[in-house]
Design a protein around this ligand. Structure first.
Ligand SMILES: [Zn+2]
Length: 285
């Protein structure tokens, strides 16, 4: 073979070997289905951890503003009992719900991301049945389940193969980094001043009605709570952060009619009525 032809052959051979090596390298970087599922699961659980972290910090700030009610262990345990009954319908087994009473005459209830739910003493004094309490707690569970608030305050992120440098630096623990206090403050502003918007409030009223029904309560609880608190005066924060009461009543009545649900409260079973009265007798003083 001529020397030139020999060099050419050698060059072609080198190119083939190089192409093969590149091929092998690129094959090894292709993500398998299992890798992808693992990565998506890791991102999902990191998102849940972030949601819990934000919710916990918001809850702590809320408790700095309104003290926790501890006057009656019976009442506190009763709220937890009814709350956990409703939370079984939540469809989010990764969320551990937490229920507490705030010691304020203001009529309101709050949910922070991740399942921290608070009902005020003023609201409990307004309620007249366990199904009304179930509806109030169900409304807040609905906000958590649908991540109504968290979707509004969390940074938008992409689930892609390209991990950002910030994410890598956070060693996989969180995607929020230094922005967490800003996110917590935005959440509190929504909770106490701006509200989540009519659409999400109507959705939470509807969710509460369905969770209550699925838990064995009459579906009329949410409607009767909204009607009842619309007649009270101590609802300054609630009125500021929720749609007008006549709008909520009309929307919920329409939803119930469309779904064939009875809007009239039936007589309550005696046992349920008596445990409600027993649990809240000291709170009503
Ligand atoms: Zn709400």
């Amino acid at each position: 073979m001529f020397p030139k032809a020999k060099n050419l052959c050698r060059a072609v051979l080198c190119l083939i070997v190089l192409a093969m090596l590149l091929g092998i390298t690129s094959c090894s970087s292709v993500e398998t289905l299992s890798d992808r599922q693992d990565r998506e699961q890791e991102i999902l659980s990191r998102e849940v951890k972030d949601e819990l972290m934000v919710g916990r910090q918001m809850a702590a700030k809320l408790l700095g503003r309104f003290p926790m009610y501890t006057g009656s262990t019976e009442a506190v345990e009763y709220v937890k009992l009814v709350g956990h009954t409703l939370a079984r319908q939540s469809g989010r087994p990764e969320v551990k719900f937490y229920f507490a009473i705030l010691d304020t005459p203001d009529i309101n209830a709050f949910a922070t991301p991740g399942g921290y739910i608070f009902v005020t003493k003023g609201l409990l004094q307004t309620l007249r049945s366990e199904s009304e309490l179930a509806a109030v707690l169900g409304h807040e569970i609905g906000h958590v389940n649908e991540k109504h608030m968290y979707k509004m305050i969390a940074p938008k992120k992409q689930v892609s193969a390209n991990e950002s440098i910030a994410r890598m630096l956070s060693r996989g623990n969180s995607d929020l980094g230094a922005s967490i206090s800003q996110i917590v403050n935005s959440g509190l502003k929504l909770l106490l001043e701006e509200g989540l918007g009519s659409e999400k409030e109507h959705a939470a009223d509807e969710a509460a009605t369905l969770y209550a029904l699925a838990s064995g309560y009459p579906p009329s609880g949410m409607l009767s709570v909204v009607k009842k608190i619309s007649e009270k005066n101590k609802t300054e924060t609630l009125a500021k952060t929720h749609p007008p009461f006549p709008e909520r009543i009309a929307s919920l009545e329409l939803f119930m009619r469309q779904n064939g649900l009875n809007t009239q409260p039936p007589p309550l079973p005696t046992v349920v009525a008596s445990r409600f009265n027993q649990a809240f007798k000291s709170v009503s003083n």
